[in-house]
Design a protein around this ligand. Structure first.
Ligand SMILES: Cc1ncc(COP(=O)(O)O)c(C=O)c1O
Length: 447
């Protein structure tokens, strides 16, 4: 018999229920160990993590939403907040994923690890559908588990020593990943030291005055922009590319919403601009096109022509990053992605995008009719509503309190977003219509 801390003979045991008691009854040893004292490791925290501000925007919104619900248990909250898709993935695309999943259960259909860069068929399909006309090649397309993850991996590739510029307001991942990488100093109450915030507000048509912008190594640029919904015109993007070429900078162009563009004068890819292939990386995603926010599939384009200062091809380093810290997108997701790019899937995807665009138009019209100054919503699934003179978080709280609607405070996207809230067009139609009624009840006629 193994040793016991307490001899089982001396224990008065009730009828054996749990495994420990059954063991004790059989005379097996039972160790009764006191919880160890709490120790702290001797590992220093990454000091850059400590520089980040009050958590990521969306967890804070979730916290406030939860608090509102606790205080108002009957509230039927409508979320126009985080920007997550709501409509089902269309059937042709779902069928392709079902077939891929079922195939995995058969000898013939089983596949394990795939190429880290994505299946050749998907790389070719992305290229053919979206980039062939602008001179890109399948080997320049890196398929991934999404744009957000690719932005993190691009930052890992650039390292801590580069300088960074970004639109203000912007998708928070550019700032936070720059901070985590150590590219920045601390936060001075308004923004981070060593980040160039390129203010994009109505006053400058949501496009930075590049004649005053200092040179940086990397420029993050998102069009159509999250959160403002502004899509850059051909002339503006030509200026941006010229600026990068003159300064020897790399643009990281986030095109996650390109398919939402209606205006022919707004390019759907940065590579429509001559010379962009020598200065720009583009990242994009199936998330907001096909409802793949949970499926996870995106891609990043790194042109062969893009070189570092010493002439080394950037694509070689990105390939090294992908093969080192990424192990390929899910084979089921890639089957879905391939279906998205076939004619039937493509039509389904356009229909889905059209649905959200209609939501955006409904929201935009509502705010306009109530007398608000509204931007976005025409080439993007986001409507950017101005509340001049008010703090964004106060407006967020007021709308949550009065309408039981979650929006996103503009200042959460950077100091330039102060005075605005973002309303997302991702929602079921009946929720959008209900939200409109609530807005009208509270704000209609106030302006
Ligand atoms: C501008 C922008 N880029 C990238 C992403 C992330 O996309 P993915 O789901 O592919 O990671 C989002 C998601 O909201 C976004 O708004």
């Amino acid at each position: 018999m193994a040793t016991t801390q307490f001899a089982s003979a001396r224990l008065r045991l009730p009828a054996a229920r749990g495994p420990a008691q059954q063991h004790a009854r059989r005379g097996v040893s039972v160790q009764c160990v006191a919880a160890p004292d709490q120790v702290t490791t001797r590992v220093q925290r990454n000091k850059n993590m400590g520089k980040l501000q009050a958590g990521y925007l969306f967890p804070e919104i979730t916290r406030r939403r939860k608090a509102h619900l606790e205080a108002n248990p009957d509230a039927k909250i409508i979320s126009l907040g985080i920007g997550d898709t709501t409509e089902p993935i269309p059937p042709f695309i779902v069928e392709a994923m079902k077939a891929a999943a079922e195939g995995l259960g058969t000898l013939e259909g089983y596949s394990g690890y795939g190429a880290e860069q994505g299946t050749p068929a998907l790389r070719e399909a992305v290229c053919k559908r979206l980039y062939e006309k602008v001179g890109r090649k399948p080997g320049e397309i890196f398929v991934s588990d999404g744009s957000k993850c690719d932005i993190g991996r691009l930052q890992l590739m650039f390292g801590a020593d580069v300088t960074v510029a970004l639109q203000d307001p912007a998708y928070p991942v550019y700032v936070d990943s720059s901070v985590i990488m150590g590219m920045t100093g601390g936060h001075d109450g308004t923004g981070f030291e060593n980040i160039q915030y390129m203010v994009c507000r109505p006053e400058n048509d949501f496009f930075p005055d590049l004649s005053k912008a200092p040179r940086t190594d990397i420029i993050f640029f998102c069009s159509p922009n999250n959160p403002t919904g502004a899509a850059a015109t051909r002339e503006q993007l030509t200026q941006l590319v010229e600026f990068a070429r003159k300064n020897g900078s790399i643009i990281v162009y986030d095109a996650a919403y390109a398919l939402y563009i209606n205006d022919d004068n707004c390019p759907k890819t940065i590579y429509e601009i001559p010379g962009a292939d020598e200065v720009a990386i583009e990242t994009c995603s199936f998330s907001k096109y096909a409802g793949f926010t949970g499926v996870r599939l995106g891609w990043t384009v790194v042109p062969e022509q893009l070189r570092y200062a010493d002439g080394f091809p950037v694509i070689n380093d990105f390939n090294r990053i992908m093969t080192t810290v990424f192990n390929g997108a899910s084979n089921i997701a890639q089957a879905g992605g391939l279906a998205c790019l076939q004619d039937d899937g493509w039509q389904e995807m356009l229909k889905l995008v059209e649905f959200y665009k209609e939501n955006a138009a409904i929201l935009r019209t509502t705010f306009e009719e109530m007398g608000f100054t509204v931007y976005g919503g025409q080439n993007a699934p986001y409507v950017w509503v101005g509340f001049p003179g008010q703090k964004s978080w106060d407006v967020f709280a007021e709308i949550l309190q009065n309408c039981d609607i979650v929006t996103t405070p503009g200042s959460g996207f950077g100091p330039g977003g102060e005075g605005f809230v973002r309303a997302s067009a991702f929602g079921h139609r009946d929720n959008i219509l209900e939200a409109v009624q609530r807005f009208k009840k509270v704000y209609g006629g106030q302006k």
